[in-house]
Design a protein around this ligand. Structure first.
Ligand SMILES: Nc1ncnc2c1ncn2[C@@H]1O[C@H](COP(=O)(O)OP(=O)(O)OP(=O)(O)O)[C@@H](O)[C@H]1O
Ligand SMILES: [Mg+2]
Length: 499
């Protein structure tokens, strides 16, 4: 009973049964309203016939010379006309009543006829509807007709006034008796149709859901390649589509995790191998001269620094990605920030013979974390210098793009990035073909993007192979203009990350 299919099925069944029941009740009331009308209609016809018949019988009696007909005999004749089988319990009976409605002759001698028309007022011989109260019996419906001229003599002594034709008000049982089998038949057809339709409909809902359940179990067991066909009603299709999307996402993130672990192991293995090599050489005496030992120690130091840097960058990235890093919200003067990075990269520019052109920005102020924004510029400039050969130029500039947005661009005249690499630059450990042999880990841009996003900005790259690359990012502008100069603060954290 807990299953959706069974519930739907039962719901259809209940609906059809309730509908049938209501229909039956409705019919019952509608027919109930008509029932007296029908009975009266019949009685009127019978009464007209009887009245005429009475005249005929009396005439025949007079002609045959029997003398005036006995009232009881007349009624017997008339009753026989109504009930040819002479059935005593038959429905319809003929009676003769006086002006007050007392029965003179016929069945139910104690009965009183109500609603008799005033004979003086209604001279017409039209049938008139009336009711008969039968003491200790069911009331009857009746139709009265003034006695015809011919019939009057037979009842002269008894003050007879009218002939009444009566029958019991037709029973509801009678109406329903006919209706119930038909309703039952219709009900059976309805129920059969409802069962068939209910089965199909509930199947169309529950079958796709069952497939999803099966697939979800597969995913729980670690089989992420599960996909379900998108069928059924809209909501179920949506569930299926979202299920597929979810498993795709899970599969992708599983893959990313695997790649990630592989990358890390790979990146750590190389420096660790050389650390072990050189330390072994020193300990087992292969290297015994002071110069060799010092050189080995320096290499061990370099390599362990490298591993440490990787671990620090990874930790930083994972903190940024999980949103654990708090970004200060302070007004940062771009002029100040640019002046600072220009100072930091001055030496490198000199050594590599690459011109560093910092376009001193108009009095733009942005809102964010000074150290983190400097880290962004450091990463971008580090990349630019790394990929630009001597004689080239690296430039930094900024402009307000919208009312409350500033766009900063770092461009170089280096070798550029192949178009197929562009969409992946910001992925962890991604190094374009031109960067595979460099010392980087491919984490700089991933970290940069996380920082920019944490500030509510966006970052993108454009590149023309052999002509150069531009990285641009947006950052919210400060609403208030800066008040005075910022205090100098230590920036060694960021400097270390990019050393
Ligand atoms: N200005 C640029 N010109 C050409 N290629 C670039 C430029 N900036 C980035 N790239 C390419 O994008 C790749 C990813 O850059 P990213 O800064 O993420 O990693 P990295 O510099 O290799 O290592 P890390 O920054 O972790 O030391 C680089 O390996 C390089 O191939
Ligand atoms: Mg880099």
């Amino acid at each position: 009973l807990g299953s959706l299919q069974v519930r739907l099925f039962l719901t259809y069944l209940v609906i059809i049964l309730v509908t049938l029941g209501l229909t039956a009740v409705g019919l019952f009331f509608v027919l109930g309203g008509y029932r007296d009308t029908i009975s009266y209609g019949n009685l009127e016809d019978v009464a007209t016939l009887i009245n005429r018949q009475a005249g005929v019988e009396l005439e025949q009696a007079a002609e045959s010379g029997e003398g005036p007909l006995d009232p009881d005999r007349l009624l017997l004749l008339l009753n026989r006309g109504v009930n040819p089988q002479g059935d005593q319990v038959s429905e319809t009976s003929v009676m003769v009543v006086d002006r007050e409605g007392n029965v003179i002759a016929g069945r139910f001698p104690e009965a009183i006829v109500e609603d008799l028309p005033d004979p003086s007022a209604s001279a017409s011989s039209d049938p008139h509807h009336c009711r008969i109260r039968v003491p200790e019996g069911t009331d009857l419906l009746c139709v009265s007709m003034p006695l015809s001229e011919e019939a009057l003599p037979a009842f002269q002594d008894q003050d007879a006034a009218a002939i009444v034709v009566a029958r019991p008000a037709s029973d509801l049982d009678e109406v329903l008796g006919d209706l119930i089998p038909r309703l039952m038949f219709a009900g059976l057809i309805g129920v059969a149709a409802a069962l068939a339709m209910g089965f199909l409909l509930s199947q169309s809902v529950s079958a796709p859901l069952r497939r999803i359940v099966r697939a979800a179990r597969g995913v729980a067991r670690g089989n992420y390649a599960q996909r379900v066909p998108i069928t059924g009603p809209r909501e179920v299709r949506e569930v299926a589509a979202n299920f597929n999307r979810m498993t795709e996402e899970v599969q992708r993130s599983q893959q990313t995790l695997r790649d990630f672990l592989m990358n890390i192991s790979h990146e750590i293995k190389t420096p660790l191998t050389s650390i072990r090599g050189f330390s072994q050489a020193v300990t087992d005496g292969t290297v015994d001269d002071t110069e060799g030992v010092v050189r080995s120690a320096r290499i061990i130091n370099d390599e362990s620094t490298r591993v440490l840097r990787l671990v620090e960058e990874l930790l930083d990235l994972s903190r940024l990605e999980s949103g654990q890093t708090h970004m200060r919200q302070e007004d940062v003067s771009l002029a100040e920030l640019f002046a600072h990075v220009e100072e930091v990269f001055a030496l490198r520019s000199e050594e590599s013979e690459v011109t560093l052109a910092v376009e001193s920005p108009p009095a733009l102020t942005i809102r964010g974390d000074y150290d983190r924004l400097e880290q962004v510029l450091n990463n971008l400039l580090d990349n630019a210098f790394r990929h630009t050969s001597s004689g080239g130029t690296v430039s930094v500039r900024a402009r307000g793009v919208q009312q409350n947005l500033v766009q900063v661009t770092v461009s170089d005249t280096g070798k550029g990035i192949p178009p197929e690499d562009l969409p992946h630059l910001f992925e962890r450990f991604y190094r374009a073909a031109n960067g595979r042999n460099t010392k980087g880990y491919g984490l700089g841009l991933a970290i940069t993007r996380e920082i920019v996003r944490a500030h509510g900005g966006d970052i993108w790259a454009t590149s023309e192979p052999a002509r150069g690359t531009s990285f641009s990012f947006t950052i919210p502008a400060s609403i208030a203009s800066p008040r005075g100069s910022r205090e100098a603060r230590p920036h060694n954290t960021v400097a270390r990350a990019n050393s």
